[in-house]
Ligand binder design. Structure first.
Ligand SMILES: Cc1cc2nc3c(=O)[nH]c(=O)nc-3n(C[C@H](O)[C@H](O)[C@H](O)COP(=O)(O)OP(=O)(O)OC[C@H]3O[C@@H](n4cnc5c(N)ncnc54)[C@H](O)[C@@H]3O)c2cc1C
Length: 325
């Protein structure tokens, strides 16, 4: 028996979620008295693999043939399941990221496993195997008892801390067997639409709502995001009105994000918006209405006009960066 984690990378660099799943997997393996194997698919530089080797895995399996260069849901699902079988892994951990949410159910079906999506803490193994996950769009928790032999857990990004470990992993290559059926849908080419930070993976998100009055006022949102290395997002009415692209719409019917920092500017904090952002680590709300519901969910609130507050924030950050450059 062992624990297997699937690690994600972007253009050869491991995402933060990969260090989270390895740290989480190492803790689960320790609880179960077994070892952890990490799986990396696609081209990753050896210095990245060496970095990942310090987070508690005893082995990193790398799948680096050209066929797996681009993410293909079906094929990657097959590779993860095969790696789990090869390693005798009963527990497979992935990030509940955009691609993880597509992969995890496929892997669960292939392994005849129970699947928990959106786990927020380590399993309780004192009496069986119980995993806590978010429920009702983050308004409640559900403790899910898994009784099947095989288990697939997708953990919420940012829900588990990254922990270095004295154990250093061996790096081994793994050659899976996949067929043409696994490549029924293939990525031929990836063309970057922009150099902006990708919203689902962003650690900081700067988001604007209807309080910004119109698309012509988004310059300050973009400037603030660029200064912070953040992704931009918006509320639904903003994308419905085509002020911003639909790819930026967060909430119940949009993208769910859980960054370390979510800055909401001129957004009221309707329940459907909160559903997609409430698992953010720190929420900062800028709203001119002190009664705006978003303040109840905020860690920090600024009651004020966005058109005064945001430019001041931008110049303060610029000043800070200039002093600390
Ligand atoms: C089925 C369903 C699904 C939905 N899904 C989503 C979803 O996924 N995501 C989502 O966002 N919404 C969703 N909605 C819509 C949601 O209910 C709200 O209508 C929406 O979130 C409101 O957007 P808003 O906060 O940008 O606008 P508003 O509600 O109009 O709020 C604007 C805010 O800006 C503040 N403001 C105004 N001027 C300024 C200023 N100068 N400076 C600072 N603050 C200012 C106001 O005080 C106000 O709080 C959904 C609704 C339904 C029914």
């Amino acid at each position: 028996m062992s624990v297997l984690v699937y690690t994600e990378h972007a253009e050869g660099k491991f995402k933060k979620s990969s260090f989270e799943v390895v740290s989480y997997g190492a803790a689960v393996a320790q609880q179960l008295g077994t070892n952890l194997v990490a799986l990396s698919i696609g081209n990753v530089a050896s210095d990245e693999l060496n970095k990942l080797a310090h987070y508690g895995a005893s082995k990193i399996l790398t799948v680096s043939e050209d066929a797996y260069k681009s993410f293909v849901n079906q094929a990657y699902g097959a590779v993860i399941a095969q790696a789990a079988q090869k390693e005798g892994a009963n527990v497979v951990v992935l990030s509940a990221s955009f691609s993880g949410k597509g992969l995890a159910p496929r892997v669960a079906v292939k392994l005849n496993a129970a699947y928990v999506d959106g786990a927020v803490s380590l399993p309780d193994t004192s009496n069986g195997f119980m995993v806590r996950k978010g429920a009702f769009s983050g308004k409640a928790f559900a403790d899910v008892s898994i009784t099947s032999k095989n288990k697939v857990i997708a953990i919420m990004p940012n829900s588990y801390k990254v922990v270095e470990n004295s154990q250093i992993a061996n790096i081994e290559s793994f050659v899976p067997t996949t067929g043409s059926n696994d490549f029924a849908a293939m990525v031929k080419d990836i063309v970057r639409a922009s150099d902006k930070v990708s919203l689902p993976d962003a650690e900081i998100v700067v988001s604007g709502g209807r309080g910004l009055k119109g698309p012509e006022n988004w310059g300050m949102v973009e400037e603030l995001a660029q200064l912070l290395g953040a992704a931009t997002a918006c509320s639904k009415p903003v994308s419905d009105a085509h002020w911003r692209p639909h790819s930026e719409h967060v909430g119940q019917t949009g993208i769910a994000v859980s960054p370390n920092l979510y800055i909401a500017i001129g957004i009221s904090g309707a329940i459907q918006h909160l559903a997609g952002v409430s698992s953010s680590k720190v929420i900062v709300v800028i709203n001119k209405d002190p009664e705006a519901p978003f303040f109840k969910a905020a860690d920090y609130g600024i009651v004020g006009d966005a058109f005064e507050v945001v430019p001041q924030l931008i110049s303060a950050i610029k000043e800070f960066k200039a002093v600390n450059a």
